[in-house]
Design a protein around this ligand. Structure first.
Ligand SMILES: NC(=O)c1ccc[n+]([C@@H]2O[C@H](COP(=O)([O-])OP(=O)(O)OC[C@H]3O[C@@H](n4cnc5c(N)ncnc54)[C@H](OP(=O)(O)O)[C@@H]3O)[C@@H](O)[C@H]2O)c1
Length: 240
């Protein structure tokens, strides 16, 4: 049966892959984006686009206005940013900005969309973390703090709503070939150095991450909640 799927950060390279997969199998997809020019192809393919800033409660409420009484079956939060700098060289506003973009927007999604799902008594929520939450990567303090907080929040929310029909999980990718990681992969030498950190020596394509998200949305058993699925070539767990 066609499901109603919301992607917050729907213009992200990973989010767009999720959207393509969901549209291809007949689901109704809504993309919440800052910049609708990045998702014109998906709009033409049938996605509904809502424009706004995920940090703004007022903008995020447009999503609830759009759905009205229609339930949201699954939400994916793909909003993210990265600033790699050691703490002694990072200005406080830059640190706060990373927390706001990666963690505060996830909380707004969790609280607003979770409240709507609670009324329906069912719903799946998927957040995107990072290997930086589990592995001490040089100069990643800000993003590690944000994604570590996100993973802890996911486990807590999974517990809070365990008996009220909500399933809350996260996917934690390692380095993935999207525009977000372009600065880390800007030269062949940098890409090679990053690849050498991965036990299987393979960097993710966006589709490796999106397939895992799609599985959590449509195919995972109802018993799966509070989990962090690591899509990182083993980086968070093994040496290789
Ligand atoms: N690529 C990697 O190596 C990697 C590794 C680990 C985790 N991740 C995570 O994967 C997720 C998706 O990232 P990606 O790799 O697909 O990169 P991406 O294409 O740069 O996606 C990031 C998205 O966040 C959106 N965004 C940022 N601030 C926003 C705001 N205030 N309101 C609405 N949207 C906002 C951006 O919108 P605009 O299109 O307007 O810029 C962009 O679509 C992120 O959570 C990221 O942390 C990525």
């Amino acid at each position: 049966m066609a499901q109603h799927v919301l992607i917050v950060g729907g213009s992200s390279d990973i989010g767009k892959e999720v959207a393509r997969e969901a549209i291809a199998i007949g689901h109704h997809v809504v993309l919440f984006v800052r910049d609708d020019t990045r998702v014109q192809d998906l709009a033409q393919a049938g996605a509904t686009v809502i424009v706004g800033d995920a940090k703004s409660l007022e903008d995020m409420n447009k999503i609830l206005d759009y759905y009205g009484t229609t339930p949201i079956d699954a939400v994916v939060h793909c909003v993210g940013s990265i600033v790699l700098r050691p703490p002694h060289a990072m200005k406080l506003p830059d640190f706060v900005e990373v927390l706001e973009t990666n963690l505060v927007t996830a909380f707004i999604t969790l609280s607003l969309i979770g409240k709507k799902m609670l009324k329906a008594g069912t719903g799946r929520m998927i957040f995107v973390s990072s290997v930086a939450a589990s592995y001490g990567l040089t100069n990643h303090e800000a993003i590690s703090a944000a994604k570590g907080g996100l993973e802890a929040m996911v486990r807590s929310a999974a517990s809070t709503y365990a008996q009220r029909g909500l399933r809350v999980n996260a996917v934690a990718p390692g380095l993935t070939k999207t525009r977000l990681s372009e600065s880390i992969r800007r030269s062949p030498a940098m890409e090679e150095a990053a690849t050498q950190l991965v036990p299987i020596r393979i960097i993710n394509e966006a589709s490796d991450v999106s397939k895992t998200i799609s599985w959590l949305m449509f195919d995972a058993p109802d018993t799966m909640t509070g989990q962090i699925l690591h899509v990182d070539g083993g980086m968070s767990k093994i040496r290789g």
